[in-house]
Design a protein around this ligand. Structure first.
Ligand SMILES: NC(=O)c1ccc[n+]([C@@H]2O[C@H](COP(=O)([O-])OP(=O)(O)OC[C@H]3O[C@@H](n4cnc5c(N)ncnc54)[C@H](O)[C@@H]3O)[C@@H](O)[C@H]2O)c1
Length: 321
């Protein structure tokens, strides 16, 4: 079993690689090789199997062909530019999120080996005049270029699967929090930084009110779900290969209360409240009342509590010192 993680240098890709390396098996087979591919050099990951890191730019079909070969059994397509980046730089979003995904799918088709392809979409595919709650049957109506690119990627994944070119499974990720590392160019970046920075003794700015609701999942559960996602039998996936990944709705106040319950009262004092209209304009249109059934039936899971998300960050990611 050879696994390729495209976008393997990113936050989810690194964690997924580490989890697969520790697990050692996927789809009932021993993992012989994990390849981490990214436009920047991915950090190496330890494991008992062969683990390679390589550069790959998904806007270039030759670059994909160099790492996605007839020996690849499972492809995780995580490479993307995130919401605010795709909004500010339209060409980057189209070239990477849409045409890059198409290039990967076309490479699978060209190989004729029908690899399993796990594609990370986003709950940003929902929006506009669709009624709440969002269910498995809600139509996609993205209100950002990023969401539109992800929705188009999903359609391609389903059609390439229907044609038998690949065995696709797409998951609309909730906002992943607490995300390790530095703030990124996602409009949701503050949904991690208001916890992560205070947990590390640093100030953070919250650009929305404390009653702002949103839909979250921890990185740890996200990775477990991506592994489960690759293992679902093809015949159980149905005709629409893309579905919500389960998460839970919390308000900003609930996130902060969870942090206080786990880490005491000091971190919350480091949050400054500063309304930012440009961030609010993007995030206020996001949907938070999501009721996934299909993915839950297929064995994917949400976190039990936001306290868990805080504990996972402290156990898995908090820098020492
Ligand atoms: N983290 C979240 O909250 C969240 C929410 C919804 C969806 N997603 C999706 O999940 C996936 C992983 O997210 P993440 O948080 O790990 O993001 P990330 O930004 O940490 O990782 C994405 C990786 O893609 C790489 N990349 C960008 N352009 C590339 C290109 N042209 N060729 C090859 N690699 C390229 C980047 O260098 C980066 O390492 C993405 O598809 C993202 O859209 C994430």
């Amino acid at each position: 079993m050879n696994v390729l993680i495209i976008g393997g240098g990113g936050v989810v890709g690194q964690k997924l690689a580490a989890a697969l390396a520790a697990r050692g098996t996927l789809r009932g087979q021993e993992i012989a090789k994990i390849t981490l591919a990214d436009i920047v050099d991915p950090a190496p990951v330890d494991g008992p199997m062969q683990i390679e890191t390589t550069r790959c730019n998904i806007t270039d079909p030759d670059s994909i062909a160099a790492c996605l070969t007839a020996e690849t059994d499972v492809v995780y397509l995580l490479a993307a530019v995130v919401s605010a980046h795709a909004e500010e730089e339209f060409d980057d979003g189209m070239n990477i999120n849409l045409f890059g995904a198409l290039n990967v799918f076309q490479r699978c088709r060209e190989l004729g080996t029908k690899p399993v392809v796990v594609f990370t979409s986003s709950i940003a595919v929902y929006g506009g005049e669709v009624p709440d709650p969002i269910t498995d049957h809600t139509f996609l109506n993205p209100q950002t270029s990023y969401g539109a690119q992800k929705a188009m990627g999903e359609l391609l994944l389903t059609d390439f699967s229907r044609k038998g070119f690949l065995d696709g499974r797409g998951f609309r990720l909730p906002t992943i929090s607490v995300r390790p590392g530095k703030p990124n160019r996602a409009a949701s970046s503050f949904m991690s930084s208001i916890l992560r920075e205070p947990l590390n003794g640093q100030e953070a700015v919250c650009p929305v009110d404390e009653d702002f609701p949103h839909y979250y999942l921890s990185p740890r559960k996200c990775v477990e779900n991506l592994i489960r996602g690759a293992e679902i039998a093809e015949e159980d996936l149905g005709q629409n290969r893309a579905m919500m990944m389960p998460g839970r709705m919390w308000t900003i106040r609930q996130l902060i209360d969870a942090m206080t319950a786990v880490a005491g009262p000091e971190p919350a004092k480091l949050i400054r409240w500063e309304g930012q209209p440009e961030i609010q304009a993007i995030v206020k249109g996001w949907r938070f009342d999501l009721r996934p059934e299909k993915s839950v039936k297929l064995g994917l899971q949400a976190d039990e509590s936001f306290e868990d998300n805080i504990r996972y960050y402290l156990e898995d990611d908090k820098p020492a010192g």
